[in-house]
Design a protein around this ligand. Sequence first.
Ligand code: FAD
Length: 291
Amino acid sequence: MTEGPMLFSEPNTIDEAITQLAADDGAKCFSGGATLVAMLNAGLVQPTRLVSLANIAELQGIAVTPDGRVRIGAMTSHATVARDRRLVGGLGLVREAAAQIAHPAIRNMGTIGGAVAHADPSSDYPGALMAAGAEVEIACPHGRRTCAIDDLFVDYLTSALEPGEVITGVVVPAPMPGERSAYVKFSRVDGDYATVSVGVRLTWADDACAAIRIAVGSCGPVPIRVPDAERSLVGTRLDDDALRSAAQAYVDATDPIDDLRGTAEYRLMLIPGLIERAVRGALAGLPGASA
Ligand SMILES: Cc1cc2nc3c(=O)[nH]c(=O)nc-3n(C[C@H](O)[C@H](O)[C@H](O)COP(=O)(O)OP(=O)(O)OC[C@H]3O[C@@H](n4cnc5c(N)ncnc54)[C@H](O)[C@@H]3O)c2cc1C
């Protein structure tokens, strides 16, 4: 147990936050508290200080950068992302993932930075952001760095963040013409974590798939992409045979566990149908596509 009171601070800048985290090994940053408060209540963590990120302006809101990328500040709530109508086409899956997180109270409280930092493979953003090809902006004691989202997730509840580092934002590549996306979540009941989830971002050009990223979540310690399977779909019309063989490669690559949301066997059975549903959902309405 922590000796003495747990301290709470509300810095106004990221530099102050980094300084406060560096000064105290037992300090943790505090975003919405959606997960952290539950962990505190359960005695799973005993920080000596909570460094709230709520007053730091650069962590707030969604902006389109001059080159068309979309930057989502780390403190942006799931509800705000779910409402943002700029997240369409190739970026629509980010909005769809946010909209399917838990229920309204959690969506108002939880933040994209906290969700990504927590690195729970059953949560919705990790797989959706991997399919979207996002990058994570990180502030460190010695400056700033970025990390491809594929490299951020290391293991169950373990990210590549070093102690004292803070996620400042998530940047999603600019939407391109012909791009579409979808996020599909299968859960036991509405509002639960996913038993299996699938995010897809693809480009449709000249009557065929020109590029595709597929990430499967909740089926192992980190969301899974299978680049060979993605490549096998490029140049096809994403017909049933092509999708079936790509989906089998995902089944072979995943290593799910049995838990209260489903057995490993059940999860493996769900993957092909959910990949197909996500791809067909992404293609829906595209002239000439076999949706
Ligand atoms: C009842 C319930 C149901 C939920 N259901 C779902 C669901 O269906 N799908 C889903 O995806 N999620 C779900 N969640 C999780 C929810 O999405 C949280 O938003 C998410 O876990 C992060 O919460 P937060 O932003 O409030 O971060 P906090 O709880 O404040 O922090 C979480 C952790 O991340 C660290 N941290 C926070 N922000 C940063 C940062 N910017 N940089 C570095 N580290 C940081 C904290 O130190 C802490 O360790 C659920 C949570 C609850 C309580």
